[in-house]
Design a protein around this ligand. Structure first.
Ligand code: DGJ
Length: 720
């Protein structure tokens, strides 16, 4: 798996899916630099790629360093492309030079102190190569950690920085990973805003630097910490694609740069704009991990590598491999206006329909009858719930449903007992004004006493009521973000310290309540990333629950994240976010593409809709093993046409889901080919049988109903 060729100073990490080659090469002064000459389809003999390490010869104005594929590029030394590292010395010199000092190889994969990361269950699943680079002048050391999984198209990279010198350094940039590929690549990323998260954007870097980033204190709605370099001719099913997902939930930056010498570089890591870190002699700084997935069979192959890695080796715990319960959430049914009886009315209707979990959303605590108060005061509101959460939980459990609860633990309302007691506990920039958003401020999660308060406040509620599920929300982003704890010029550490504190809280709470199912949320999908999924195996995908809008949101999200991570609910019509009316069938057919649930007043549905809801619940229970744990393949894109289709497959069945947004007069008959169907014979509910090859070659006709917003879910059970 990891071969070391001492003659050529080569490291070759290889599995059945990809090769990654690193090489130590002396520069003109004999200093040993680390290059990454190759990343792509598996190589037999990596020595054949050595030509890629030759600096450009002949007369030139430009620095030869502009042409080399550095594995860990630094600032100020004539590379000129985006760099990973900048460490200021006592004179504020930006220049950093990192030269090779040694390597070691270990079986398995290490965890990262204080940060989420992918893991192995058996050491034989992966091998890890550590390469150490050092700046002889400042003593800054970077230990690059590459893990290659044996049976996945995946490698990971992270970097541990250490000050081995005798004077303090300030890290202005401490990136996580860099790859430089020869040639021109398209840059694909996910962009959006609240209620329209993760639309697929495909651009060519085209001789400039493209950056996606966040400085919001969360990975954010606008950009996702994930990007793809794709061959210009790559499609869903063909061509080379390299996906990179940062396992981090805060400020990040991903840059794609195509330079004048025909190579494309991708750098991934923390966002330099909101980061600096004092590194005293002897101290270390751990940069977050990046998951790389490579496929020579197009975007679906790249996504499927990430789906199974994230589902099986980033997510953890009791719920990782279990079927997720069908839930009903009262938010869009009641907003803040509920009491015990109103909740029980909805819960009874849910129990009749076969739903398994009731989630009580915002408004159960303090004096919270709207969104302008009480965050931080996690004590039940007895006016609404006279028998408390315990009484409500018991009544809900008695119906056969589990009971779930909403929290927004990282926040504080200025109108709260918590804020009155600890006005210094929120993020704030000295004496600057404290601007609220949604009438709230953000707790300074970098402070240990704040972390301890949040851990105890949430744990107390979970100990005292029968709670089986938690929705962990975060409803505003950073501004004027400073920390009263950080003195001596260290304010630039605020954002990352917030994340380290949050991760400590999440680790403590989720480990203390291992059987509680946690779902993260941030105004819908504003913190949908592999970092949060390490603690909570599912995320609320978007506040936009309209079936048509959800086609794009779920399709885009699937570029990186598995369907087992996506909360997807049927809500009322006209849709609360965009006013569109779609029928109950279409809404259910879209929602079964994720962790299925409802977000409407079940006690106020028509008999026809209730009948349809009962059918949906029964259907989801019978196929959710496949929709949550099977292989997901995108077939037709909502970004490219009127018909969207995707497929789920495992050893038991293949499921085709297709959606047509608008009907057309005298439209053409439609047929869609399934993809990579496990070989065997399949049958439809009406008894027709067909082979896997037929499903792939002839495809399946799509007899949509004669109306707008039509959908089909076809289940082909495997019979041999
Ligand atoms: C934002 C979430 O995305 C919603 O689902 C809901 O929980 C509200 N917050 C409650 O304030």
């Amino acid at each position: 798996m990891i071969h070391v060729d001492s003659e050529h100073h080569l490291f070759h990490l290889r599995n059945g899916f990809l090769s990654l080659v690193l090489r130590v090469q002396a520069d003109g002064d004999g200093e040993r630099e680390l290059l990454m000459p190759y990343l792509g389809q598996p190589l037999g003999d990596p020595a054949s790629c050595l030509y890629l390490c030759q600096p450009r010869g002949g007369a030139s104005f430009d620095s030869p360093r502009q042409t080399l594929p550095y594995a860990c590029p630094t600032d100020g030394r004539g590379d000129y492309r985006p760099a990973l590292v900048c460490a200021l010395d006592g004179q504020n010199q930006r220049c950093t030079e990192l030269f090779y000092t040694g390597y070691r190889i270990e079986t398995g994969k290490p965890g990262l102190a204080g940060l989420p990361a992918a893991y192995v269950e058996e050491p034989g699943e992966a091998d890890t190569l550590y390469i150490t680079l050092r700046d002889p002048l400042t003593g800054l050391e970077a230990e690059l950690c590459y893990t290659m999984y044996v049976n996945r198209p995946i490698f990971t990279e992270s970097i541990l920085y250490k000050n081995t010198g005798s004077a303090p350094l300030t890290l202005q940039n401490a990136g996580s990973a860099c790859v430089t590929l020869p040639g021109r690549y398209d840059f694909i990323h996910l962009h959006g805003a609240w209620a329209k998260e993760r639309a697929i954007e495909r651009v060519s870097p085209a001789r400039l630097t493209r950056e996606i980033s966040s400085c919001r204190g969360a990975s954010g709605h606008e950009h996702n910490p994930f990007a793809v370099l794709a061959a210009p001719d790559a499609t869903e099913f063909t061509g080379e694609c390299l996906g990179a997902a940062l396992v981090y939930s805060g400020d990040f930056s991903i840059k794609a740069d195509e330079n004048a010498y025909g190579s494309t570089r991708l750098t991934v890591g923390l966002n330099e704009r909101s980061f600096s870190w004092r590194l005293n002699p002897g101290e270390t700084f751990q940069a977050p991990e990046v998951l790389f997935s490579f496929s020579a069979q197009g975007l679906n192959g790249m996504s499927q590598g990430l789906h199974s890695l994230i589902r099986q080796r980033v997510c953890r715990g009791y719920w990782r491999d279990r079927e997720r319960p069908i839930l009903i959430n009262n938010w869009e049914a009641t907003y803040f206006n509920f009491d015990h009886d109103k909740i029980m009315k909805i819960a009874r209707a849910a129990a009749d329909a076969g739903i398994e979990l009731f989630v009580l959303d915002d408004g159960w605590f303090g004096k919270r009858n709207n969104d302008d108060c009480s965050l931080g005061d996690w004590v039940v509101n007895r006016e609404k719930l006279p028998r408390g959460l315990e009484g409500l939980g018991k009544d809900i459990n008695a119906l056969g449903l589990k009971f779930g609860l909403w929290f927004e633990p990282e926040m504080v309302s200025p109108d709260s007992d918590l804020y009155r007691a600890h006005p210094d506990w929120c993020l704030h920039a000295g004496n600057r004004r404290r601007t609220t958003a949604r009438q709230q401020l953000i707790l300074d999660m970098g402070r240990t006493e704040v972390q301890d308060y949040v851990i105890e406040a949430v744990s107390k509620v979970l100990r005292e009521a029968p709670i089986g599920y938690v929705k962990w929300d975060m409803n505003r982003n950073f501004l004027e973000a400073g920390s009263e704890d950080l003195t001596d010029g260290r304010q630039g550490e605020t954002a990352h310290r917030y994340m380290l504190g949050l991760y400590r809280v999440l680790e403590t709470v989720t480990q203390a309540f291992p059987e509680v199912l946690f779902e993260s949320c941030s105004g819908g999908g504003g913190r949908f990333d592999a970092g949060m999924l390490h603690y909570m195996p599912q995320t609320w995908t978007s506040d936009d629950t309209d079936a048509v809008a959800r086609l794009s949101i779920q399709y885009g999200t699937s570029l990186c994240y598995p369907t087992s991570a996506m909360g997807a609910h049927v809500s009322a019509v006209p849709n609360h976010q965009i006013g569109r009316v779609t029928d109950m069938r279409m809404r259910g057919d879209v929602a079964l593409g994720g962790n299925f649930g409802y977000e409407l007043d079940l006690s106020a549905q028509t008999p026809e809709d209730m009948e349809e809801i009962q059918r949906q619940v029964k259907q989801v229970k019978s196929i959710r093993e496949t929709t949550q744990q099977g292989v997901f393949t995108r077939l037709l894109s909502p970004f490219q046409g009127n018909v969207t289709a995707w497929q789920f497959a495992d050893d038991q069945r293949v499921i085709l889901c297709a959606y047509r947004v608008l009907n057309m007069p005298n439209g053409e008959p439609l047929r869609v080919r399934l993809h990579d169907v496990p070989s065997g014979t399949y049958c439809t509910p009406d008894g027709q049988s067909m082979s896997s090859a037929d499903l792939e070659r002839a495809g399946v006709p799509l007899p949509f109903a004669h109306r707008d917003f039509a959908s089909l879910v076809m289940v082909f059970e495997r019979i041999s």
